[in-house]
Design a protein around this ligand. Sequence first.
Ligand SMILES: [Zn+2]
Length: 176
Amino acid sequence: MTPQQEVEYTIYHYRQLLKEMIELTEEDELERAVAFCQNESGEIYPTEVEVGSKEWVHPPVTECLDRGDKPSGDFHTHPHGDLELSTSDYYGLLEPLNLNFKCVGTLKHGKYYVKCALRPQTDEYRQDPAYERLKFCLEELQFTKDTEQSRILKYCISKSTQELVEKYGEIRTFKL
Ligand SMILES: [Zn+2]
């Protein structure tokens, strides 16, 4: 499946789950996240829902890896109509996790929206200078034990990924 097909399949099959997560965030302002894994026969299934803070939530993609499956992508909520993917929301879309999609959902004027960043379908992005920067920061991240330094490197990884996805990938908005 292409990233487009994967995200369409996921939204179609788990629409109710996504809506419920958005509703709960609207009530208590805490962001929620779910990862979607793909098993050997190609089936896509959700992980447990993770509850985060008012600014941040960590999508539980490692749950897929723990089960020996491939993480396809993830979805998280933003409160009060904020449909923008933040820079850190791009983390893992290319390296180090190679996710196919990263989506954010919110309730805006009484309607449910989901915005997704999709992985580029060709390797063309690997020729871009931003990819060199992404690789460099990933490499450095492996060797640092300093918290501030790894925060800067993770920002660099997210930012480079965002640049590459905006140029070679796709951003799509869906109505639930
Ligand atoms: Zn976010």
